[in-house]
Every structure is written in structure tokens, then in C-alpha cells.
Design a protein around this ligand. Sequence first.
Ligand SMILES: C[S@@+](CC[C@H](N)C(=O)[O-])C[C@H]1O[C@@H](n2cnc3c(N)ncnc32)[C@H](O)[C@@H]1O
Length: 268
Amino acid sequence: MDITRRAVVPLLLAPLCLLGQTNAGDQEWAAFLDWVKALPPGAIPSTSVEPFAGYQKKLIADGVSPKDAEALTARLRTRSAHNPEWMAVRLNWTYSQEGHHREKPDAFLVETAGALRPGKALDLGMGEGRNAIYLAQHGWDVTGLDVSDVGVAHAKEKARKLGVRIDARVQDVYLFDFGANQWDLVCLLYFHISDHESTYQQIARGLKPAGHVIVEDPVRPAMETLLQAREKWEATKLHILRMEYLEGWSEWGQDQEPLGRLLLQKPA
Ligand SMILES: C[S@@+](CC[C@H](N)C(=O)[O-])C[C@H]1O[C@@H](n2cnc3c(N)ncnc32)[C@H](O)[C@@H]1O
């Protein structure tokens, strides 16, 4: 190897080493998920903090040095951000607990979809299906997607008991093929698109001409989050029919947090 290649190889490897320091490897991640999944339901609340602290304690009890346990936990946290597997674990906890079930459909959905002619609807992050079931009860042909298998199972069971049909799938929204000109309505109700900018365009492409998108989400920290969301939707060329910023209780949050709502339509 000549001197130039010897200098270049470590330079090329350096970013990989750095990556290894910040993001947990597959084996580390799998071991963490196995540990978490073996916990009894309700043992850990579905906050993003406690599981990592608990795992750090377990590592130290297993003989890992406190410094290494802290570093590994930090890598696991990094890997968990916007990670569908992690989202599924957390939401499976939520949906397995008593008192966490939301039954009533979203008020904004009821108001807006009620004025539309039923067609093919897609509910992104459907949870336990309160909105998908509402739409199906009102004549829509509904497909609902969620990474939480527990949520999807609950949605199917509820639909079965109510005698309505929904196509509920365990599916990562970011890997879904929205197709072209397929959907009359796409719902993002407390489902926030994070780190996947192309999803906005995919949704717009998947909508039929004159199809609608309904969005309701807490806006953290405040108004500017809604304005940023509006910019992202504007780039898709969908028309913004309604935009609302409400100070009030979100249907999903536990605290009083401001809420953003958007109603969009694809040009006919
Ligand atoms: C806050 S809940 C809202 C559930 C439902 N839309 C409602 O209003 O009752 C968000 C849902 O999105 C799901 N989710 C998050 N990321 C996802 C992804 N990448 N693909 C599919 N579902 C996802 C979660 O599992 C969770 O059920």
C-alpha cells in the first residue's frame, strides 16, 4: 500500500468509527429490545426516558462498568429516535394498559370528513382504530396502518365486534407504497411525519385529484411548528383549505398543549 492509500483508509474509516460511537450496533439494539419486550406489561411507562435508565442499571448489575453502561445507553437512545421498532414497543405498552384506550373519533375528522363523499381512505398511524372505524361506519373503504401490532389487533377486534370492515395492517408508514391517484382521503391524526420529507410528496401523489388530507397534531413548541408543517405541505402543491391553531386539550396529549389542524386538497 502506498503512502497516499495508507492515509486515505483511516480517513474513510473515521466516520464509521464515529457512527459506531453514537448509534448502537445491531446486536446491542437487539439485546436491548429483547430485554424491554420481556418486561411485564405496565412495568415501564411508555415515556422515552425510563427504559434506558432501567437498562443502564441492568447492565451495571451484569458487571458492565458504569462508564461503558452509560455510553451504550446513549448509543441506544440515539438509535431509538424516530425508530419504528422502538415506536412499536412503546405503543404496544400503551395499548396493552387499561385506561389508555381512546374510543371517540377525532372531532376534526368528524367535522371535515362528514362533509365529504365517502371513498377510499387511508389512516396513517391508526392506533387502535377509533378514526378508521368511524370512517368505515360512515361508508368509507378504509385502510389503516400502524407499526404497533397490539394497536392493529385491537382495531381489528373492535371493527369485528361492531360489524364493520377495515383493512388494518401492521406496516411502517415510511415503507408504504402510496401509489398514484389512489386515495380520496388521507388522515394524519396525531401521526407526525418525522425525518421523512419525501412522505409529504408521496401522500400528495397517492391522492386522487380533489382528494383530501386531514391533519391534527399537537404543535410543539408552538405556532411556528404549524407554520413549518404548512410550508412542507405547500411544497406538495396541495391547496390549504383550512389551517387552525387551538389552545386546548389535544385528544392524545396528557397536558394542555396547543393543537394544529390542516385540511388540504389536491387540485382537481
Ligand atoms: C399518537 S398515536 C395516534 C393514533 C390514532 N391516529 C389516533 O388518533 O387515535 C400515533 C400512532 O402512530 C403509530 N406510528 C408511529 N410511527 C409509525 C410509523 N412509522 N408507521 C406506522 N405507524 C406509526 C404509533 O404506533 C401510534 O399508534
